[in-house]
Ligand binder design. Structure first.
Ligand SMILES: [Zn+2]
Length: 160
C-alpha cells in the first residue's frame, strides 16, 4: 500500500477507492478537474495518505446522476461527513441551506482562510453551513494546514 501511494505521488496517477458505479475514466476526469484537491476542504491528495473519493453532490438516492456536473472530488473525511446530506444549518443564523456545490459555486465566494491559514471560515450562510456540516476544521486538519502553511504548501491559490 505504501509503495502504491508513493507511486501515485511520483507519477501523478490517481488511485481512488473502488466504486462499482463510477467508471475509472470518469473518476480520473473528476480528480484532474479538481487539480487533485478535495473540492470542499481543499486538502491536497498528494499530501495525504488517504485515498480520495468521488462524491455525488446530489446523492444517487435523491436522483443525482453519475455525470461530471454532479460529481466532485472529496477527501474521505468530507465525503463521509457529507454522505447523503444536501443541506446544513448555518450556526450563525440557524438557517438550513443547501451545502456548497462545487459545480455551481466558487469556493472563494463562500469561504476564506483564517489569518494563520489553519481554519476554513464561511463567508456566507452556505459557507458557514458547509464548514459545520463537513467538520472542515477538525483539529487534525487544522494542525496539518498550519504545518503546510509553514512550509509554503498552503493555502492554495484562488484558482485551485
Ligand atoms: Zn475534504
Amino acid at each position: 500500500m505504501t509503495a502504491l501511494r508513493c507511486g501515485a505521488l511520483v507519477t501523478g496517477i490517481v488511485t481512488m477507492a473502488p466504486s462499482a458505479y463510477i467508471p475509472r475514466h470518469l473518476r480520473q476526469l473528476v480528480a484532474e478537474r479538481a487539480t487533485f484537491r478535495c473540492e470542499y476542504c481543499k486538502l491536497q491528495q498528494e499530501l495525504c495518505p488517504e485515498t480520495f473519493e468521488v462524491d455525488h453532490i446530489i446523492p444517487r438516492a435523491m436522483g443525482g446522476q453519475t455525470a461530471l456536473d454532479n460529481l466532485c472530488y472529496a477527501c474521505p473525511v468530507c465525503n463521509n461527513a457529507k454522505r447523503s446530506h444536501i443541506t446544513g444549518q448555518d450556526p450563525q443564523t440557524g438557517r438550513r441551506v443547501r451545502l456548497f456545490n462545487p459545480r455551481q459555486q466558487r469556493w472563494y465566494r463562500h469561504f476564506r482562510w483564517s489569518d494563520d491559514c489553519g481554519y476554513a471560515l464561511g463567508k456566507t450562510v452556505v459557507g458557514r453551513a458547509t464548514v459545520e456540516a463537513l467538520a472542515m476544521n477538525r483539529p487534525r486538519i487544522v494542525h496539518i494546514r498550519l504545518l503546510w502553511a509553514a512550509m509554503g504548501l498552503h493555502p492554495p491559490s484562488e484558482g485551485s
